[in-house]
Design a protein around this ligand. Structure first.
Ligand code: UFG
Length: 337
């Protein structure tokens, strides 16, 4: 079986991708120090795929540990690099943490990949690189100058690093996936999102509120220039997103292109109020909410043009927002003691 290194493989998107890799006949090798994830994600993967994946509990910036891991694993088919810090607000407060961890880990990974002749990488980028796009839906050719946080700049820098290294080192191929808003959970309810503390993101806050763990959801602003006044995002089911990584690896096996970038979203924008209504509809569960002020740094609306991911990569999402909210809710219920 072809081994695929999955840094951050115990995280939300990483764990779902390990499941899809295994289903497609790859062997995921997880590299994760569990600083922002839990052992139960690895147990969940094992229960879904029927065997425990290899796990290296190491920091992706620890050169000696990463070198030992590469040596111990032997030939590796490709790498998927999820491991990164991802809280936009924290990145404004502590930018050096983000520049060090997010950029440093990719520098080290690429150096070791070259040394050990690993020539394929899929990189977790984000629609945050577009900031507030001028035109919607946003295409991959839109300028990436508008990112509004140090977190966003680390994604832009890492994308550039991959363009530069694939150009200078022809055997290396890279696919950059710009995720929109990943939500949902595996339909088995064995893996899902495990936010530490109070969730920043909408859907975990919704499910925790519906479960009674939070008093009410606050809608961050209803005075935006959108039909109902709340912000619009493109919510993509994490299982569809995970499958895009498998597709990207396979695409690099056949494709002549050395580095390319794809939007990974549904192509459809939904407002915060639409998410609230869809949650009630999908789960028949009440959701108390209030409208509060805008959150600093939020963009008004962003959703993907998915033409390129469909026509070039050959990937299309199969699941809906209602599927994602139903699965996120099932996962929330499974978390209850
Ligand atoms: N929202 C609320 N109440 C909450 C939480 C969120 O109203 O309690 C709203 C936000 O204002 C926003 C929408 O729900 O309009 C989605 O917010 P999220 O925090 O879930 O997602 P973001 O779009 O802000 O951020 C996501 C990723 C980031 C990434 C960014 C790129 O979490 O990592 O997309 O746009 F950088």
């Amino acid at each position: 079986m072809k081994k695929v290194l999955v840094t951050g493989g115990a995280g939300f998107i990483g764990s779902h991708t390990c499941v899809e890799l295994a289903a497609a006949g790859f062997e995921p090798i997880i590299v994760d120090d569990l600083r922002n994830s839990e052992e139960r994600a690895i147990d969940g993967i094992a229960r879904i795929v029927g065997r425990k994946p290899a796990v290296h509990r190491i920091d992706c910036c620890d050169e000696a540990a990463m070198e030992r891991m590469f040596q111990g694993e032997g030939p590796i088919h490709g790498a998927i690099h999820f491991a990164a810090d991802k809280a936009v607000g924290e990145s404004v407060a502590d930018p050096l943490k983000y520049y060090h961890n997010n950029i440093g880990s990719l520098v080290l990974l690429l150096r070791l990949m070259k040394k050990h002749e690993v020539n394929r990488i899929v990189f977790s980028s984000s629609c945050t690189v577009y900031g507030q796009p001028e035109r919607l839906p946003v295409t991959e050719t839109a300028p990436d100058r508008n990112a509004m946080s140090p977190y966003g700049f680390t994604k832009i820098a890492c994308e550039q690093m991959l363009r530069d290294t694939t150009a200078s080192d022809p055997p290396l191929k890279a696919v950059l996936l710009r995720y929109f808003n990943p939500v949902g959970a595996h339909p088995s309810a064995l893996i899902g999102e495990l936010p530490l503390g109070v969730p920043n993101n909408l859907v975990p806050f919704v499910t925790q509120t519906a479960a009674g763990l939070r008093k009410q959801l606050t809608v961050f602003g209803n005075d935006y220039d959108t039909p109902d006044g709340s912000c619009i995002r493109d919510y993509i089911h994490v299982v569809d997103l995970a499958k895009a990584h498998v597709r990207a690896l396979q695409w690099m096996e056949d494709g002549p292109v050395s580095c390319d970038v794809f939007n990974i979203g549904t192509g459809k924008g939904n407002s915060v109020f639409e998410v609230i209504n869809a949650f009630k509809e999908a789960t028949s569960t009440p959701l108390p909410y209030v409208v509060g002020p805008r959150r600093a740094g939020d963009t008004t609306a962003v959703y993907a043009d998915t033409t390129k991911s469909r026509d070039v990569l050959g990937w299309t999402p199969a699941l809906t927002l209602n599927d994602a909210l139903r699965d996120a809710w099932r996962w929330q219920l499974a978390l209850k003691p």
